[in-house]
Design a protein around this ligand. Sequence first.
Ligand code: HEC
Length: 120
Amino acid sequence: MKAIGIIGALCVIVLGSSLAIGQTVRGNPKEGQAIYEKNCLRCHGSQLDGKGPDSQDLIVRPANLQSSMVRSKTDWELLVTISNGVLFSPMHSFRGKLTDQQMLDVLSYIRAVSPPDVVS
Ligand code: HEC
């Protein structure tokens, strides 16, 4: 009887923590849109096509977030770029500027407008 209780408690802990993880990795595209408009639109554009109002002035042109090159990247790859930036380019790091949750939110907005291109 005691063993069943312990196993039951373990199941609750494992299940509970996986649910919690499932919730934290999900971004909110609505919040993400507001974050995008404030932090990314001037370069990446309102259509996510890399033609934002500031893009003309940059030597390295902002990435077209609608392109198949971006759509075929994983969430993780894009998050690393948003977090770390791209060396020697105007795409600076957003770590410290945006929270992890805000970066997930903005990623989920990008994915909603420009869905991932899953290679099968
Ligand atoms: C000052 C202009 C500027 C701002 C602001 C900016 N970016 Fe960028 N971004 C760039 C440039 C330029 C590149 C392309 C770098 C390259 O080609 O090597 C880029 C690249 C990227 C990439 C990589 C695409 C790929 O091919 O992997 C992602 C993702 C991205 N930006 C997302 C964002 C997000 C999200 C924000 C807002 C939180 C943002 N950027 C803000 C200029 C900007």
